[in-house]
Design a protein around this ligand. Structure first.
Ligand code: ZN
Ligand code: FE
Ligand code: FE
Ligand code: FE
Length: 174
């Protein structure tokens, strides 16, 4: 009979999912940064790419502390979110609108990560893994900050800039 999973195994499963999700992002974010036009947005994505590489290392540290091999398990949800972002980039949108879409896709990704890290942080605390919980909390804070930054960039610049894009084209045709 297969061994029954316990709470610790569930924590490790969730961590494997996050490790794969972060690794997918280290491959996808360079393309998203290249597709972005607004310099502030491009920089924010590049900055978060570097953070993401650190998050992979932080997860590897977590596995080490738990005495488990740092092996990912394919995260289908992140694959779907990345696919949606790729589909948007293939849409041939004016750059102002593409930036809005890239923020939308990126914020969905950040929220998925926030859900994942919040859960494993709390599970680690329940299981008494204080240092692990601390590491996961650090990443959670980074994801939250990245999400807030995207909202700020949208409000200050990217959404405003995109507001009249379709209208202007109509006027030119008249
Ligand atoms: Zn444990
Ligand atoms: Fe991340
Ligand atoms: Fe997942
Ligand atoms: Fe992130």
């Amino acid at each position: 009979m297969p061994k029954t999973k316990n709470l610790e195994d569930l924590l490790v499963d969730e961590l494997k999912d996050l490790l794969d999700a972060e690794k997918q992002l280290t491959r996808a974010l360079p393309k998203v940064a290249r597709a972005a036009s607004a310099p502030e947005l491009k920089e924010a994505i590049e900055e978060h790419l570097e953070q993401t590489k650190g998050q992979v290392q932080r997860l590897e540290q977590v596995f080490e502390q738990l005495g488990k091999p740092a092996r990912g398990k394919p995260c289908a949800a992140m694959k779907g979110l990345v696919t949606e972002a790729q589909e948007l980039m293939e849409e041939d949108l004016p750059e102002e609108l593409l930036d809005v879409g890239l923020i939308a896709g990126s914020q969905k990704i950040e929220h998925y990560e926030m859900a994942g890290y919040g859960t494993v942080r709390t599970l680690a605390l329940t299981l008494g893994h204080k240092e692990v919980a601390q590491l996961l909390e650090e990443t959670l804070r980074e994801e939250e900050a990245a999400d807030k930054k995207l909202t700020a960039i949208a409000k200050k610049y990217v959404n405003v800039r995109a507001m009249n894009v379709g209208e202007q084209e109509e006027k030119e045709e008249e």
